[in-house]
Design a protein around this ligand. Sequence first.
Ligand SMILES: NC(=O)c1ccc[n+]([C@@H]2O[C@H](COP(=O)([O-])OP(=O)(O)OC[C@H]3O[C@@H](n4cnc5c(N)ncnc54)[C@H](O)[C@@H]3O)[C@@H](O)[C@H]2O)c1
Length: 371
Amino acid sequence: MRIAVPKEIKNHEYRVALTPTGARELAGRGHQLAVQAGAGEGAGFSDADYQSAGAQIEADVETLWHNAQLILKVKEPQPEEVARLKPEHTLFTYLHLAAEASLTQGLIESGATCIAYETITDNRGGLPLLAPMSTVAGRMAVQAGAHSLEKAQGGAGILLPGVPGVAPAKVTVIGGGVVGENAARMALGLGAEVTILDKSLPRLEVLDDRYQGRIKTVYSTADALDHAARESDMIIGAVLIPGAAAPKLITREMLGIMKPGSVLVDVAIDQGGCFETSRPTTHAEPTYIVDGVVHYCVANMPGAVARTSTQGLTNATLPFVLALADKGWQQALHDDPHFLPGLNVHAGQVTYQAVANAFDLESVDPASVVN
Ligand SMILES: NC(=O)c1ccc[n+]([C@@H]2O[C@H](COP(=O)([O-])OP(=O)(O)OC[C@H]3O[C@@H](n4cnc5c(N)ncnc54)[C@H](O)[C@@H]3O)[C@@H](O)[C@H]2O)c1
């Protein structure tokens, strides 16, 4: 299979879809791999690293796309990339189409086969290609929040673990899924007093069992949120209602009962945010202050740690990439019922129901195009 790895062109995106380790796996199976010059630079991988793993380096982006059968990316294709897509291409990347009408239309018109990382499932009901980035964001949330608690950042001047004789900071995590558990673990490791709020009792049971009371679990109600707002030095928003905008759990009015200099980290900002006063920020200017409360709302947190994120992402994507390369997309998706829901668009038709619903389009059963 002729495989291409373009350099990501979305603003401030430093990840790359394949590491030299992945390149070696593909080359070792006899696939022809072309990596765009400089594609790995942002994640700390040089062209020479890819060459010694068996890849060709291609300087001309048009040639790279033109020659490829399978294109591996990280972020959704940007307009100039959509324009390069042809019916003979298979694209494997994050797509998040339900929020992007013009991208969906562009992919339909391209005629290409477009497989999304984020809709691939696993046998535990999870989303295995989303989880690594949620893990990164959850772990970063505490790092970012701890920094924001410093006086120079507008914070209350609190050190998370305290010191002997001074109590640690109180950290509340709303939503105890992948982001939330990882945030809570980090906060616990740094010595904070940690509480997780969730709407799912089974999830709270798992967390209670796993952390044996070292993390408090509280069922999420208006009362519990009120209490969290009054008591916490840091609140991390990590809720997700699949396919829907995040609910606004801390209102502007509630900022009035929070301690001055406390910190809100809204990881759910990519789904609209779960605090009323959240608005997306970037790594260049990650925080702002409303009513004395510091807000950190970076929509693309993993981008700041591109090397770790690239390695975490590609560990998860590689088995699927190998299946696509070895078998071709039709056979690979046919053989794996968890890979099949990854198919979002094929030959001008939407093959993922939620995307079709979002734009009032017809959808085709993905199983019908792989049999
Ligand atoms: N900003 C970033 O860079 C970044 C990176 C990765 C993920 N995210 C986002 O982080 C959010 C969480 O992702 P995840 O992978 O942890 O999801 P998840 O599905 O693993 O966990 C979400 C949790 O929220 C809980 N929940 C839902 N509604 C709730 C409510 N009203 N109150 C309390 N808990 C509630 C659910 O029961 C679930 O346990 C998502 O919006 C995701 O897109 C953002």
